[in-house]
Design a protein around this ligand. Sequence first.
Ligand code: UD1
Length: 333
Amino acid sequence: MSNKTILVTGGAGYIGSHTVRQLGEAGEKIVVLDNLSTGFEAAILYGDFVKGDTGDSELVGKILADYDVDTVIHFAAHTIVPESVSNPLKYYGNNTCNSRSLLEQCNAHGVKNFIFSSTAAVYGILESGYAKEDTPKNPINAYGTSKLMTEMMLKDVSFASDLNYVALRYFNVAGSDPECRIGQSTPKSTLLIKVAAEAAVGKRDELYIFGTDYPTEDGTGIRDYIHVEDLADAHLRALDYLRNGGESTSLNVGYGHGYSVREVLDAVERVDGKPLNIVEKERRAGDPPTLVSIADEIKTKLKWEPKYDDLDVIVKTSLDWEYKLKEKPEGFA
Ligand code: UD1
């Protein structure tokens, strides 16, 4: 713990709010900057809140001047992959240009540490299906490219200034706070476990499997699903690492093994205790057969030890939150 403040952009969103909660529980001082375009103020359980954009240099400069900020954790971003294909400039604007102006303010105000939400989408489609940090990056959509461009900026800025960074490349995030205080409330989500939980509680009539002819054991796509609590914890480990003088780095955050779509849906039916209405469809454009992390480096560098590497636990916390949302539209207290 430190007496410095952490600026968390996007702290009202799904992953940001879980990280803010863990930081608050650890006694850290926090200021959240979020424009509430997809986040919820009620999801911010700790710290001060400022409503605004990361691209608003005047506002960011004022926050950095008013608070004694040593670390910025930058979650604020657009995250819907198909939308990034139809409207790429929206993604380059928010995810790349706004990150650039945030970094400019960080340099101007002497911020030392920067933790960035990157993504497995930087790798694109891999023949082996397994991604290590030094695997060539070939993003296939503007979302992945917009995040990779920010990683490149960070690398250059860290050479040219005192700022050090950790970029965390998230694999498939799912699950919610095990105590059900906060969870994934993002509207119009297309993510498998979120969509399956919505179907389980009756918000959707049917659920699609996109592709049953992939070259995998059961013909459906394989992904590395990671619990949001473990992902949030990776940010706290990155914070310790940077505050203790760790060098700039980009790291995969996943469990290093995957589940197929069918295995995930079996888990949802098993945990929920009733069948889903599943319809088999064509492959979805741009989906690789397999995308799984090789994630040894984060364990040695950040001393990250996952605690929720269990598909049924991931699914149960997603279902618990979805049942809560059914009663309260946003779900938050
Ligand atoms: C997600 C991320 C992406 C990241 C990737 C890491 C978002 C929007 N996307 O994409 O940035 O790079 O994880 O692996 O955050 N599926 C169905 N039916 C559905 C929904 C999905 O069968 O209704 C299948 C997909 O075809 C895929 C798997 O489930 O095989 C996971 O899909 P999804 O949850 O959408 O995540 P990714 O596309 O992997």
